[in-house]
Design a protein around this ligand. Structure first.
Ligand SMILES: Cc1ncc(C[n+]2csc(CCOP(=O)(O)OP(=O)(O)O)c2C)c(N)n1
Ligand SMILES: [Mg+2]
Length: 304
């Protein structure tokens, strides 16, 4: 039986998130994260998009729109910028990535698999009973998932906790939190924003996927979050705007963030929901509906 099938057929009891066997194992890195060129990252972005289409089509449920909009953000992080070790997910000095918009789990799983945390064949078990790839990110189930998310509004708070822990422990890892723009309507996001500035947390980067849509409408219709940059600046953040589909701009902003002292950094990434598939772009329907078999076929053709 090919490895892919073996994986799909594994019982849930055989699949458990990899935990460190000892404190020494958690402390030391045994592998390296990939660092791809811009051209290689463009290919990787397409690969991640194809995974998202296949996974959600096979599962018959899931959130393709908000997964597709953040593909370049996650590609730049996982395949060029972040420090981590897929062989040792609990390595103490790894950078932390928190997917606060936890419904974009298909994107996170696709990146984790391509980064080497688990086999890519496992991606097709998305949302199956017993799979460790559930509909929303679960830190107790999936290697590489730092925080359980899906209830929107909480990721920035937990990310700040991780960043403050680094400071207390005198470690230089950094924390990256990806938020949705609709998610930013949650009050907790602004409590977190206020505390990050107050405590001068400069080892955290909040990246806002500014696709201008949420579950059932445009953000300006449901609850206008503009001017997002001015709001964050008034809370004491350093804010950078980028084209969220331009890898060079995203990477430049991430590098700029590393130089910031005494202030938290927000990157507002202007994106298109459903990016990369013509009939999904800016189409609210695909926030939480998977492609049908025919739609998946057409999408995959566009992503060749
Ligand atoms: C606390 C909470 N309220 C409501 C939801 C239901 N919900 C899931 S996704 C979503 C819209 C999120 O929009 P946005 O943050 O803009 O995500 P994106 O556009 O990136 O998919 C909502 C309301 C939730 N997951 N958590
Ligand atoms: Mg949105």
């Amino acid at each position: 039986m090919p490895a892919s099938e073996q994986n799909l057929n594994r019982e849930s009891s055989e699949i458990s998130a990899s935990a460190p066997n000892s404190a020494a194992e958690a402390a030391s890195s045994t592998g390296v994260a990939p660092v791809l060129s811009i051209d290689e990252m463009k290919e990787m972005a397409k690969t991640l998009r194809r995974h998202i289409i296949r996974m959600t089509a096979k599962a018959g449920s899931g959130h393709p729109g908000g997964s597709l909009s953040a593909v370049e953000i996650v590609t730049a992080l996982f395949f060029n910028h972040l420090r981590y070790d897929p062989q040792n997910p609990h390595w103490t000095d790894r950078d932390r990535f928190v997917l606060s918009k936890g419904h974009a789990a298909p994107l996170l799983y696709a990146a984790l698999a391509e980064a080497g945390y688990f086999p890519t064949e496992e991606l097709l078990t998305l949302r199956q009973l017993g799979s460790r790839l559930q509909g929303h990110a679960d830190m107790t189930a999936t290697p590489g998932v730092e925080m359980s998310t899906g209830a929107l509004g909480q990721g920035l708070s937990t990310g700040i906790g991780m960043a403050l822990a680094a400071r207390l422990d005198r470690r230089d890892y950094r924390v990256y939190v990806l938020l949705g723009d609709g998610e930013c309507e949650e009050g907790q996001v602004w409590e977190a924003a206020m505390s990050a500035a107050h405590f001068k947390v400069d080892n955290i980067v909040a990246i806002i996927d500014r696709n201008r849509q949420q579950i059932d409408g445009w953000t300006y219709e449901i609850m206008d979050t503009e001017p997002m940059g001015e709001k964050l600046r008034s809370f004491g953040w350093h804010v950078v705007d980028v084209d969220g589909h331009d890898l060079t701009q995203i990477l430049a902003a991430l590098e700029e963030a590393k130089t910031m002292k005494g202030k938290p950094i927000a990157i507002i990434a202007h994106t298109t929901k459903g990016k990369g598939v013509s009939f999904m772009e800016n189409n609210l329907e695909f926030h939480g509906r998977p492609p049908t078999a025919d739609e998946a076929e057409q999408a995959l053709k566009e992503l060749e």
